[in-house]
Design a protein. Structure first.
Ligand code: SAH
Length: 363
């Protein structure tokens, strides 16, 4: 493992201005009009932000100094400081970004055969309380604003620029529950998807939720062509409630109704994440029950061998049992893959990310 402690010189400020990356193109146009500027400047500004990826407003050389100053006065450009950048043996890079208020978040760059994928964080901490997950241990500190989520992708892209590579796909599977920060998540999606911004295709973006049912309906009605995943982890409601307290608020039956609504509305298939927790949800009977639950649903199942979290006492399912579980599903006609583990030597694998509260604690 290789570790890089960077000392960036951006001035940290407690007086927080809105991140310029929080603005969708039409919002920037409105802001310009309201500030006696020409709306078409918005496209130029987007070009500097997302195509040229400048790091200071003053670098926008074809934008009048007066407008650059106005932008600087109202908005923040750099909202994330790279505190730590760690590279795993398999090429995965984990970034620890420090926010303006001293909180830190983690972002992961994964390298697949099909390209570079960034796993973004949507909240500082999480209030969902899944019993196996490290991200929820300290509770929720705050939501990220859209621009703080966008900036994670921009930052990683800036690192990839050094080797002429690009971010090919984005997964919203870092710290936090994206549907608990719904509006900011939607702005984030629209910005990274926009052709004048990062232009990441909808089919190259995946969002995952623990199952906030009313938001699933809302999301279905947006009819975005992005990939949608549900963290399921159990084939029946009793077991799911034990693993994920959110199932007490939104029961499995209601979740499955929302899933059917989503598939009906969008015509898209859905992915289910199913973590295999040794001796808890990984028997042949569980696999059969899961196959029955998903029998007539257009879906794909991702099996995730549990990742070790020191504060939690779940153990990993042995390899042969993982394959047996997969086979039981396959034999019953369910599309299934076992998720390849990445970055586990730098604690960057599923469920291992945690919001570090203060900078001092991370050193
Ligand atoms: N909050 C969203 C996004 C997180 S995605 C959600 O719950 O879907 C991260 C995925 O890793 C989720 O499917 C989560 O349930 C899973 N996960 C959490 N802790 C894990 C662990 N220790 N081992 C394996 N997977 C885990």
């Amino acid at each position: 493992m290789e570790q890089l402690n960077t000392t960036e010189t951006n001035t940290k400020s407690d007086i927080k201005k809105k991140s310029i990356y929080s603005l969708e193109l039409h919002e920037l146009k409105n802001w310009l009009s309201e500030n006696e500027e020409k709306p078409f400047r918005a496209e130029q500004i987007f070009d500097w932000l997302y195509k040229k990826r400048i790091t200071a407003f003053e670098d926008m050389s074809n934008v009048a100094k007066s407008l650059r100053d106005k932008l600087d006065e109202h908005f923040q450009l750099t909202t994330l400081n790279t505190a730590i950048q760690q590279t795993s043996a398999d090429g995965t890079i984990k970034f620890l970004f420090e926010l303006h208020d001293g909180y830190s978040i983690e972002t992961v760059l994964m390298r697949h055969d099909y390209g570079n994928s960034v796993c973004v964080t949507t909240q500082v901490g999480c209030r969902i309380g899944c019993t196996f997950c490290a991200s929820t241990l300290g509770g929720l500190k705050r939501h990220l604003e859209a621009g703080e989520i966008v900036a994670q992708v921009v930052k990683v892209q800036q690192v990839l620029d050094e080797t002429d590579e690009r971010v090919d796909s984005v997964v919203i599977m870092g710290i936090g529950e994206p549907f608990d920060n719904y509006d900011n998540m939607m702005s984030f999606l629209k910005i990274i998807n926009h052709d004048k911004a990062l232009n990441i295709g909808a089919r190259h973006i995946t969002v995952s939720t623990s199952g906030i049912v009313p938001k699933i309906y809302q999301f279905a009605d947006e009819k975005m062509q992005i990939n949608f995943a549900i963290s399921l982890h159990a084939p029946n409601t009793e077991l799911r409630s034990r693993l994920m307290p959110i199932n007490k608020a939104y029961k499995l039956d209601d979740l499955m109704k929302a899933v059917r609504y989503y598939i009906d509305k969008t015509g898209r298939r859905i992915s289910f994440e199913y973590g295999l927790f040794g001796g808890v949800n990984d028997s042949t009977e569980h696999a059969e029950e899961l196959a029955a639950l998903l029998k007539d649903i257009k879906c794909h199942v991702n099996l995730i061998p549990v990742n070790y979290v020191p504060e939690r006492d779940y153990v990993r399912t042995p390899r042969d049992k993982i394959f047996a579980f997969e086979k039981t599903l396959k034999n019953r006609g369910i599309n299934v893959t076992i998720r390849r583990e990445q970055g586990s030597d730098i604690d960057a694998a599923c469920g291992q990310l945690r919001a570090k509260e203060r900078k001092e604690e991370t050193r």
